[in-house]
Write a protein that binds this ligand. Structure first.
Ligand SMILES: Nc1nc2c(ncn2[C@@H]2O[C@H](COP(=O)(O)OP(=O)(O)OP(=O)(O)O)[C@@H](O)[C@H]2O)c(=O)[nH]1
Length: 737
């Protein structure tokens, strides 16, 4: 583009320059014509003067000739006021107008030449320097003859070359243009640039034609003139026109700035357009390069990624096959286009020898397994296929297939998952065994009468057996997955929390728990056992098992047995063991509270004869009836016991005085006075009683009882059927005896 611009600029510059040269040349020609015309008019003027002079026989004088509307004005405008002079035949100045002339010209060469030749030819001088004005002029001289044809003098006119360039404006050389008339012989030049008119003798132009300088003489038809030295500071394109008759040269120069202005504007426009176009092109190229760079980078990255992908595919444990469907009739076979190392290993051939071969021939088993049919189905439907299957041929293997349609083939990824499948199978079997074991344990746990549960570290119920489930259902709660605190309530949780903490710390704990609130005889009792569970390493406790056994029945049985051990089987009264325990408690109460108490020791009088007479059964019946009367005669708060045989004891507590016990003893004695009717056998007996008191003091129950026994003995000694009181009240004597 820049070459085209350069070429175009060069062409246009040459054209513009050529046009400027032509214009200068045309104007130089015009200038030459004008100057030639003026000189010719001057020539005609001298010719006319000669004619008139000779007609008037030498009488014509200059004022007459140059007057307004005179002969001269027919040829030259008066305003020019060309210097004109008339010389006599002797060479003396006869007359002159408008200028200064030499007073004698007889010795001048031109005058002698005119005087010596009879021809009527004007004599044009070379430009002459006027000593007065320092300007230059051209002298036009013509011989004058008298009536006889003899030399009669000369008419002379001076033409100032400045006149030639007065028509500067008409020439229109443009601003800074040069117009000049040069003498070829003297080198004098009259020049004008704009309004400045000047003359000098230093200007010289060389004619150039076809690019070669033609020396100082301007050759005819020369296109351009080059100043030997610059006229002024303005660069111009000069042309000239030779005026051979007058030995002059008309030169016109157009300032380059003016002459080439249009070209310069066009050049600026071309350069601007080219610059803009270059910028656009450069920007576009830059853009293209950037895109190209990106494209290269992308291509490089894609290639690197492709290499990495290939490396990754090769490094993959999966076998990868790129298969292309056969075009020819090949029974639905596929051509192997690419394969990775594991794939080659799977086919059992080196990779290099596999490409381009039919997969059905390389691995016939694939066709047998129906794989090729599935590949074709994927290719036809475009639906990817992923499946796991066991091979039917060869050693038992599990394979995982991923088949994806690509262009006119399929990509197949095959992974040998035999190990995983075996592990899954083993895992399933282990899981089944675990589930079976768990089921067995659950069955066992469900068969257990105890409530069995498992609570994890966060105290959340994770397992419950059937009994516990029923218990929770009875409570109206669903325990699994919920915290123990939430399930059993805050109050009960606070009671069991210490054991929970100990169990979670790794200790097996057991405790008894009564249902709260425990209404007498209705609340259940439980024996609870927390057994911690550790993790496989045995390092951390992961939770604890709860074994909660309902021991309400055992507890009641135990209490019953306990009660039985303190009760006399025959009479239902308290036996000796119970009595001893009760006496001990009663004495401790009296000691602590300072209350009076009494112990009665009583014995049936002459019981042995009853046995002997009526038998032991009657004796037993008498003992029972005797016990009945005792309890009937006493307060409910009194303790009645049978120590053994026919011996009974009674504890009376919180007595106000001893008399109360004595009255009770008397009452008992009296109560036994009536005969007993024992299944038709009437038996009459009496009883003797020893009454010992106690309020405080260091006295053992056995000692108090021994005192009562002693008093009983005394009552017996006193004849029976009576009572005796006595003993101390913790160091005090009783009020009555
Ligand atoms: N039927 C019957 N007799 C008993 C039982 N235990 C003891 N005996 C008899 O009770 C009699 C007690 O007799 P004693 O208290 O020694 O004599 P007693 O005949 O009551 O004479 P005194 O007490 O001195 O008035 C003995 O003959 C025992 O064999 C019993 O459980 N049933």
């Amino acid at each position: 583009m820049w070459s085209a611009v350069y070429w175009q600029v060069r062409q246009e510059r040459a054209t513009a320059r050529h046009e400027a040269v032509l214009r200068s040349h045309a104007q130089a020609r015009t200038l030459a014509e004008n100057a030639g015309f003026l000189l010719r008019q001057a020539d005609h003027a001298t010719q006319l003067f000669k004619l008139k002079f000779e007609e008037t026989d030498g009488a014509l004088r200059l004022p007459e000739f140059t007057r307004r509307n005179g002969p001269l004005t027919l040829l030259l405008p008066v305003r020019l006021a060309l210097p004109v002079a008339l010389y006599g035949p002797d060479g003396r100045l006869a007359d002159s107008l408008h200028g200064t002339f030499a007073p004698r010209a007889g010795d001048e060469g031109w005058f002698r030449a005119l005087a010596g030749s009879a021809g009527d030819m004007a004599h044009f001088s070379n430009p002459l320097v006027d000593p007065a004005t320092k300007g230059w002029r051209i002298r036009v001289a013509r011989r004058l003859d008298d009536g006889a044809g003899h030399f009669a003098g000369a008419i002379v006119m001076h033409v100032d070359p400045a006149l030639f360039i007065d028509d500067y404006d008409r020439l229109e050389p443009g601003p800074g243009g040069y117009v000049g008339l040069l003498s070829r012989d003297t080198g004098l030049a009259a020049s004008r640039v704009d309004d400045r008119v000047f003359s000098d003798d230093t200007l010289a132009f060389a004619a150039v034609q076809g690019g070669a300088a033609a020396g100082t003489g301007a050759a005819a038809g020369a296109e351009e003139a080059l100043p030997r030295r610059p006229v002024d500071g303005i660069a111009r394109i000069y042309a000239f026109r030779d005026m051979p008759r007058f030995a002059l040269m008309a030169v016109v120069g157009h300032s380059k700035a003016h002459a080439l202005a249009r070209f310069e504007r066009r050049r600026t426009m071309y350069v601007s357009v080219a610059t803009v176009a270059s910028i656009v092109v450069l920007a576009f190229v830059g853009l293209l390069q950037r895109h190209a760079r990106r494209l290269r980078n992308s291509t490089r990255a894609a290639r690197a990624a492709q290499r990495q992908l290939h490396a990754a595919i090769d490094a993959s444990l999966d076998a990868l096959f790129l298969l292309k469907a056969c075009r020819e009739a090949c029974g639905g076979d596929f051509i192997l286009v690419d394969i990775n190392e594991p794939g080659a290993a799977m086919l059992g051939h080196p990779r290099a020898g596999l490409l381009g071969r039919r997969i059905g021939q390389l691995a016939p088993a694939w066709r047998d397994e129906g794989l090729l049919d599935r590949y074709r189905s994927v290719l036809e439907t475009g639906q990817p296929l992923e499946e796991e299957f066991a091979t039917r041929t060869g050693p038992p293997r599990w394979l995982q297939h991923q088949v994806v349609a690509i262009d006119d083939g399929v990509a197949v990824t095959t992974r040998d998952i035999t190990a995983r499948k075996q592990a899954e199978l083993a895992s399933r079997q282990a899981m089944a065994a675990l589930r079976e074991k768990e089921a067995r344990l659950r069955t066992l746990a469900d068969m257990m009468p105890a409530m069995i549960a498992y609570v994890d570290r966060d105290e959340v119920y994770r397992f419950q057996n059937l009994v516990y489930e029923r218990e929770f259902t009875r409570m109206g709660v669903q325990a699994i997955g919920r915290s123990a605190r939430e399930i059993i309530g805050e109050e009960r949780y606070m009671r069991v929390q210490p054991w929970v903490c100990r169990a979670l710390a790794g200790e097996t704990v057991s405790f008894e728990e009564d249902e709260a609130p425990p209404p007498e005889g209705t609340g259940r009792s439980f024996e609870v056992r927390y057994i911690p569970q550790r993790d496989e390493a045995g390092e951390h406790v992961t939770g604890f098992h709860v074994v909660r056994t309902d021991v309400t029945a055992q507890r009641r049985e135990k209490q019953h047995l306990l009660r039985l051990s303190t009760i006399d089987a025959l009479t239902g009264l308290m036996n000796r063991a119970g009595f001893t325990k009760r006496l001990d408690a009663a004495m401790q109460y009296s000691r602590e509270h300072g209350t009076l108490m009494a112990v009665m020791y009583m014995d049936i009088d002459r019981f042995k004869p009853v046995n002997d007479t009526h038998g032991h059964a009657v004796g037993d019946a008498l003992l029972k009836a005797f016990a009945g009367r005792l309890t009937h005669a006493l307060r409910e708060s009194d303790t009645v016991a049978r120590l053994g045989g026919d011996e009974f004891t009674i504890i009376l507590e919180r007595l106000l005085r001893c008399e109360d016990a004595e009255r009770a003893a008397a009452k008992l004695v009296a109560a036994m006075a009536a005969a007993f009717d024992l299944d038709g056998v009437r038996v009459g007996i009496s009883t003797s009683i020893g009454v010992a008191f106690y309020r405080s003091g260091d006295l053992a129950p056995a000692e108090l009882l021994a005192r009562a026994d002693t008093l009983l003995y005394e009552a017996k000694q006193a004849g029976r059927n009576t009572f005796r009181t006595g003993g101390t009240l913790g160091g005090q004597q009783p009020d009555a005896a």
